[in-house]
Write a protein that binds this ligand. Structure first.
Ligand code: HEC
Length: 156
């Protein structure tokens, strides 16, 4: 009976997920937490500072534009693998398919976005967009394991 008990537990667990069953790779587990690798932390700090500087004037708190809060504190928890409200099939920052990150698409004015290119009514330099992209790309590399986490405990 142990085996069927496990099946029940798994069913209960998967019922709590946003996309139960039959999910493709890119819809898979969204509970990934980025490592505290110093290289990644530095890229994150850079990106978060840029977004806070150029975007938080409008994107502040739940009442901010498009309910998107781009203020510095805990910003990554509101971006990483979080669905866009405009195009809910895309994530703001996609750690599996970084090129499909809606946040970057909005800054680049990529085909497929809803609404205007960001920052609305303003401009942000190519260099800053690339800094944000570098963070997003690094997240995907750490997740895929193609960039090793220097803070991970050594393998036995
Ligand atoms: C002047 C105000 C303003 C500024 C500055 C601004 N935004 Fe926006 N943003 C909006 C408004 C309004 C919308 C909804 C309408 C639209 O998308 O055109 C929006 C929507 C968005 C969305 C869609 C959110 C979702 O969940 O689908 C993203 C992503 C976004 N902005 C990113 C940014 C980024 C990144 C910056 C900074 C580079 C920025 N915005 C700067 C006003 C602003």
């Amino acid at each position: 009976m142990h085996r069927s008990t496990w099946i029940v537990v798994l069913l209960v667990l998967s019922a709590g997920c946003a996309t139960p069953g039959g999910s493709t790779e890119s819809e898979a587990d969204t509970s990934w937490v980025p490592p505290s690798d110093p290289e990644l932390v530095a890229l994150r700090d850079e990106a978060v500072t840029i977004l806070d500087t150029f975007c938080a004037a409008c994107h502040a708190g739940d009442a901010g534009a498009a309910a998107l809060d781009l203020r510095k504190t805990d910003m990554e928890s509101r971006l990483i693998d979080v669905p866009s409200t405009q195009v809910d099939t895309l994530r703001l920052v996609d750690t599996i398919a970084p090129e499909r990150s809606y946040l970057v698409m909005k800054m680049r004015g990529t085909k497929g976005i809803v609404g205007q290119r960001m920052p609305l009514g303003g401009r942000i330099s190519e260099e800053f967009i690339e800094d944000v992209e570098a963070w997003v790309a690094a997240l995907a590399e750490f997740r895929a394991g193609t960039r090793p986490d220097t803070t991970a405990p050594a393998e036995k």
